[in-house]
Write a protein that binds this ligand. Structure first.
Ligand code: AMP
Ligand code: ZN
Length: 474
């Protein structure tokens, strides 16, 4: 199957060709674990998961690396100023930096799990790869790309890298305003960035390491170059992140890596558009009401509803979050789960292979065509409602949609059935039991009459291999 993805580097929708047939390696910039992950971050991670599932459905062997940033991400990325976000989190909560990292990483992993995202193949922590980052800076120094700003750190000289800013089609001067307020005027060029920052002389940082240049810590961008090259090799298929990363973070990653690896470093760059808040601005940790997955859970929504909401959008379009849209998604999702619940009793029955293959191919085509998750959902609605497709085939296609979109329709449908069975009133259960006896006595007329009585009371008996189930009528 042809796979097409929008490559930020070439600004084109391209046919994807793996470096090694049947295999794909991709690196995703992960969370900075100084605070809870918000719904915007989670949107980005969900698109990684759709990407991964698309490759798995196409039979690829997927190697996915996603980092955990636990050091070096300053509050102002653009001019390497401000505080280290991790140290800031630690002083805010009066905990050690290590405790902050552990706590928020665990919270992140809980959200990750609740959203049914497949675990990365490797999830490296920046603090476990300090030696590799020092080695990267050393290599860049040996190649003549660095300079020192006394009492500050080692910087990358972007004027030495002629392809700087290629991701955004930018030039050195045009890419970022040099005259920004607060611009570090010791830098040779506005776009230069820190590779290694010295610890301040007057305060002791909780996280700091020895290096050939003095005690300090790596600049944020260094970790992604060092870890991706170590874990995926000097040339790999795909690198992903939110749309905000292309201009600075990814531009800097490329500048750090390509002098070492020789271009090209990464073949395809994928950037996901923002989740917006209700005022139409980028969702962020610092603005207004904090919206994380906990807000979703505590309002009684299944996390799958958020996943469904994200799947209804496309990664190249911004998506506005509101509780009203969550309500609409909850309804849509519940309707599908209800329909799937009615299919469960056909488990194990023969399917119509021709119909299965046709829909399977159509859905795989849609997801492979630049990750059209919403088109898959439209087709799935059509399948579920179709009078032409038998229940067993519908159920088999639901299993495939669950693989493709991770929406756990089958799991939630089973839970719904279990819940409904438990909550069926005693008189309905009594009717169902009398029906079992009638069937055992081959008294079909009574069995049919009892079924009709149960149906008219708003319930349905589903006969399965392991006995019957009573569910509310759809
Ligand atoms: P951070 O933890 O801030 O380093 O961000 C983790 C990931 O979330 C990065 O890939 C960001 O680009 C992405 N991100 C941040 N804000 C948003 C947003 N509002 N919508 C979508 N992705 C975002
Ligand atoms: Zn990164």
């Amino acid at each position: 199957m042809t796979i097409r993805l929008y490559n930020t580097l070439t600004r084109k929708l391209e046919e994807f060709t793996p470096l090694e047939p049947g295999k794909v390696g991709f690196y995703s910039c992960g969370p900075t674990v100084y605070h809870y992950t918000h719904l915007g971050n989670l949107r980005t991670f969900l698109h990684n998961d759709f990407l991964k599932r698309m490759f798995l459905a196409n039979g690829y062997d997927v190697r996915h690396v996603m980092n955990i940033t636990d050091v070096g991400h300053l509050t102002n990325d653009e001019d390497d100023s401000g505080e280290d976000k991790m140290e800031k989190g630690a002083s805010r909560e009066n905990k050690s930096v290590w405790d902050i990292a552990k706590f928020y990483k665990d919270e992140f992993l809980r959200d990750y799990n609740d959203l049914n995202m497949i675990a990365p193949t490797v999830m490296p922590h920046a603090t476990d790869y300090i030696a590799e980052q020092i080695e990267l800076v050393q290599k860049l120094q040996d190649l003549g790309y660095t300079y020192e700003i006394p009492n500050d750190g080692i910087y990358y000289d972007t004027s030495k890298f002629s392809a700087y800013g290629a991701l955004t089609g930018g030039s050195l001067s045009g890419n970022r305003a040099g005259a920004r307020v607060g611009f570090n005027d010791a830098k040779r060029n506005p776009t230069d960035f820190a590779l290694w920052k010295y610890s301040p002389k007057d305060t002791k940082r909780q996280m700091e390491w020895d290096s050939p240049w003095g005690v300090g810590f790596p600049g944020w961008h260094a970790e992604c170059s060092a870890m991706s090259m170590k874990l995926l090799g000097n040339h790999f298929d795909i690198h992903t992140g939110g749309e905000d990363l292309s201009r600075v973070h990814h531009a800097n990653e490329i500048a750090q890596s390509e002098p070492i690896t020789g271009a090209p470093w990464v073949n395809t760059w994928l950037h996901y558009s923002f989740l917006l808040d209700k005022s139409g601005e980028k969702m962020a940790k610092s603005k207004g009401e904090f919206l994380g997955l906990e807000s979703v859970r505590s309002r009684g929504y299944d996390p799958m509803v958020y996943r469904y909401f994200v799947a209804l959008g496309h990664y190249q379009s911004q998506l506005a979050f509101s509780w009203e849209t969550m309500d609409a998604s909850a309804k849509g999702y519940a309707n599908l789960v209800r329909r799937v619940a009615d299919l469960l009793s056909s488990d194990g029955q023969d399917i119509n292979q021709g119909l299965y293959d046709k829909w399977h191919e159509d859905m795989l085509n849609a997801i492979s065509d630049n990750l059209k998750t919403a088109s898959v959902l439209v087709m799935f609605q059509e399948i579920i409602k179709s009078a032409e497709i038998d229940n067993a085939t519908k159920l088999a296609l639901t299993v495939f949609v669950d693989d493709l979109l991770g929406l756990q329709f089958i799991d939630r449908a089973k839970k719904l059935v279990a819940l409904e069975q438990v909550s069926a009133p005693a008189e309905i259960v009594a009717l169902a039991e009398r029906r079992v006896t009638a069937k055992a006595n081959r008294d079909w007329a009574t069995a049919d009459a009892l079924r009709a009585e149960i149906e008219s009371a708003g319930w349905t008996v589903l006969d399965g291999k392991d006995g019957y189930k009573i569910v509310k009528r759809a």
